[in-house]
Design a protein around this ligand. Structure first.
Ligand SMILES: Cc1cc2nc3c(=O)[nH]c(=O)nc-3n(C[C@H](O)[C@H](O)[C@H](O)COP(=O)(O)OP(=O)(O)OC[C@H]3O[C@@H](n4cnc5c(N)ncnc54)[C@H](O)[C@@H]3O)c2cc1C
Length: 306
């Protein structure tokens, strides 16, 4: 049985009550606690920077040569927040409801509610980090509608929101690296999770430059290893988005739900006819360089090389 550890109480108060009553770590003890963060995309970089800022001793890992190469850089459209700047009827509940609906009613509602609740703060945090969100001529942050919703709540930075958010998170992370609170291990790939008494207490990582295996201890291990689109036949995700880290967690006992629930972009759908005109255009470059298979004529048996 899955134990999601969602706190008790009414939906709106579950996490607020929990935060108000959970045990705190004495600031003097925080330096004694080591935390491993695997992955430094938007999730990992923000977590590592925040934990460093809080005073914990953090080790962060990524397999790229820089946290700035994480696949988060590919995100384009924008980030939703229930700020209701447009006064078009948005609210925390409406963002929560749209997100649960968008998740085919399979998401954990309490966690989605929390996400909707903190969404406004996340925008403020990103602005403080220097993310250049689009603005109206008067200077206020601009919004657009995204994902088929009826309100305008998407904050964006041209068509490169992910890249700008990642630069913001990266700067916050590098600040903590410079302060000595976070130690960054680039070109390191987590190979195994170390479990002691049923709890994740470390990782085995490979230094991708020297090829050597290393042991790293942590009082807690955060897996922020991103999406896994490339486990499927056709995907626009980077080749590194290949589920290896989540698979190690699963092999060590973590439950894994709804693996089909992964993002798909139209550009990876093979062109099948004229009615797919928009997709045809978007797929043109991929088709030309042979990365997707398009039956040119009867009997063409070429396979996708991606
Ligand atoms: C084209 C595209 C457009 C998108 N548009 C939007 C959008 O408009 N709005 C929106 O909200 N979302 C969008 N998304 C989704 C969103 O960008 C992602 O869900 C999010 O960026 C994922 O962040 P992450 O930190 O979890 O993962 P990632 O950025 O993928 O980072 C994963 C990290 O884990 C590390 N890693 C993985 N495995 C290991 C290992 N074994 N050892 C060590 N390190 C490891 C990697 O090095 C990397 O640092 C889009 C995604 C794509 C691809």
């Amino acid at each position: 049985m899955l134990e999601s550890k969602i706190p008790a109480g009414t939906l709106e108060h579950k996490w607020t009550d929990y935060k108000g009553h959970c045990k705190l770590v004495n600031p003097a003890n925080k330096r004694k606690l080591e935390i491993i963060v695997v992955g430094t995309g938007l999730a990992g970089a923000s977590a590592a920077a925040s934990l460093g800022e809080l005073g914990y001793k953090v080790k962060a890992f990524c397999f790229q040569d820089s946290p700035r190469r994480a696949h988060s850089i590919a995100a384009q459209g924008g980030i939703n927040a229930a700020k209701n700047y447009q006064n078009d009827g948005d609210s925390t509940f409406r963002l929560f409801y749209d997100t649960v609906k968008g998740g085919d009613y399979r998401s954990r509602e309490a966690n989605v509610y929390r996400l909707a609740e903190v969404s406004s703060n996340i925008i403020d945090q990103c602005v403080a980090q220097g993310v250049p969100f689009a603005r109206e001529y008067g200077g206020v942050l601009s919004n657009r509608s995204f994902g088929g919703v009826q309100v305008q709540r998407t904050f964006y930075a041209a068509g490169q929101t992910g890249q700008q958010l990642l630069i913001g998170a990266y700067q916050a992370l590098e600040r903590q690296v410079a302060l000595g609170n976070v130690k960054m291990y680039t070109r390191h790939e987590m190979q195994e999770i170390v479990i002691i008494d049923g709890k994740a207490r470390g990782i085995i990582a490979r230094d991708l430059i020297s090829g050597k295996l290393e042991r790293h201890f942590g009082h807690a291990v955060l897996l922020c290893s991103g999406g896994y689109g490339n486990v499927f036949y056709l995907s626009t995700n980077a080749m590194g988005s290949n589920v290896t880290a989540a698979w190690k967690a699963h092999k060590n006992g973590a439950l894994f739900g709804n693996p089909c629930f992964t993002q798909i972009h139209p550009t990876c759908i093979p062109v099948t006819g004229d009615h797919q005109s928009k997709l045809t255009l978007m797929s043109e470059s991929l088709r030309n360089d042979g990365r997707i298979w398009v039956p040119k004529q009867k009997g063409d048996t070429r396979k996708a090389s991606q």
